[in-house]
Design a protein around this ligand. Structure first.
Ligand code: ADP
Ligand code: MG
Length: 311
């Protein structure tokens, strides 16, 4: 490959909104056979909103009831210190119910799981239902059913547990359903990647049911969905694919994708959404200026065209 041709290819990519960190990246793009797509913020917009109609709380002995403004304000306060898109959805809905959210003390963020802290003197935890169970607050049956209903339609569920007033530990009391929107271009882009001979894989920390729902919407096979992956383990999923011979292009946006993007770059490519976090952008070889998977398709086409001409 002549340097001039590679520069021309790099320029052509740039005009399509694909910023390449060095001309050699075009060569790696040409060899890809697998594209690992992060779900939240990559395949979807990553702008989540609370679905009140699918959010419930328990006040025994009654059956489940709609979420009350008081409960929403409590979760919103707890989540206000978190930067996760799930937290933003809850906090923004809660701000609509009150002039000022109560303060949080002893706040802690548990990566890929949820948050804990003290609101109005009460210790509380909000996060993945499975994580709350690990903390000793499994969901009662009536709420478990609500979780299945919400997740099957693609929602992410935030469960809330609060410390019992008389010190008998955490108790799960509510579930909040949060929904993301698919990027409209994602199904078409996934189909194009397939037409180019690439295998799309969906990778997410989110629950299996929501992941399967999104995969079906964009046309990714059930066998190519890897869900409930902790942030630290996304890297290992990419390394495993590589160990089995794949040349992986990984597309992501989050802090939790950075290690996986860098790993993909060792024998393939890391691609970051331009709308993503700085850490992801730094770890990647390619930046997609338009936050859109069509740019991945464009990158593959340009690299193939460029390297075909100069061979
Ligand atoms: P993703 O791969 O979808 O970006 P993460 O690894 O960041 O996901 O998080 C995995 C899951 O952990 C989320 O889908 C959510 O259920 C839960 N979670 C993470 N952070 C929070 C939070 N601040 N509040 C509630 N749940 C959270
Ligand atoms: Mg993401």
């Amino acid at each position: 490959a002549t340097p001039t041709a590679l520069l021309v290819g790099t320029g052509r990519a740039a005009r399509l909104g694909v910023v390449i960190k060095g001309p050699e990246v075009l060569e790696s793009t040409r060899t890809l056979d697998t594209v690992v797509l992060d779900k939240t913020g990559t395949v979807t917009q990553g702008r989540m909103t609370l679905d009140l109609e699918a959010s419930w709380q328990l006040r025994p002995p009654q059956p489940r009831q709609p979420l009350s403004p008081e409960t929403l304000v409590l979760v919103g306060a707890l989540e206000s210190a978190s930067e996760h898109p799930v937290a933003a959805a809850v906090t923004s809905a809660a701000r609509g119910c009150t002039d000022a959210l109560p303060a949080v003390e002893d706040f802690r963020s548990h990566e890929g799981q949820g948050v804990t802290g003290r609101v109005a003197e009460r210790y509380a935890a909000a996060g993945r239902p499975g994580w709350l169970a690990q903390l000793g607050a499994p969901l009662p049956e009536a709420l478990r059913q609500a979780v299945v209903e919400a997740e099957e339609t693609g929602a992410t569920v935030v469960a809330l547990a609060v410390e019992h007033p008389h010190g008998t530990g955490l108790e799960a009391v509510a579930v909040l359903a949060v929904r993301d929107t698919l990027r409209p271009s994602s199904p078409g882009a996934v189909a194009s990647l397939r037409d180019l001979g690439l295998r799309p894989v969906l990778l997410t920390g989110d629950n299996a049911r929501a992941a399967t729902h999104v995969a079906a919407q964009v046309g990714i096979a059930q066998d190519d969905v890897v869900s409930e992956v902790l942030p630290a383990d996304k890297h290992d999923v990419v390394a495993d694919l590589q160990a089995r011979g794949a040349v992986v292009g990984m597309v992501g946006d989050g802090v939790n994708d950075a290690a996986a993007l860098a790993q993909a770059g060792t024998r393939g490519l890391g691609m970051a959404m331009g709308s993503g976090t700085d850490v992801a952008i730094e770890a990647a070889d390619i930046i997609l200026v338009r936050p859109d998977l069509d740019a991945v398709v464009a990158a593959v086409r340009v690299s193939r065209a460029t390297l075909r001409v100069i061979r």
